[in-house]
Design a protein around this ligand. Structure first.
Ligand code: SF4
Length: 63
């Protein structure tokens, strides 16, 4: 799976970065960005849960 963060929706809460730092990190504006995409198979379940739990639905799976 490939994922991206919509910087206009992210509020920088830190949930995704704290939950999976291999895939998400803050940029200079303290907004989350994806640092590893495609997501490795063994992290897909975790990232799917993070997508569902982002408070502003800022993380999208890219088709
Ligand atoms: S969980 Fe959502 S709102 Fe929070 S930092 Fe990650 S992308 Fe941004």
């Amino acid at each position: 799976m490939k994922v991206k963060v919509d910087p206009n929706k992210c509020i920088g809460c830190g949930y995704c970065v704290g939950a999976c730092e291999q895939v998400f990190d803050f940029n200079d504006d303290n907004i989350s960005q994806v640092i590893l995409s495609p997501v490795p198979k063994d992290l897909e379940e975790e990232v799917t849960e993070i997508i569902e739990n982002c408070p502003t639905n800022a993380i999208e799976e890219e088709k």
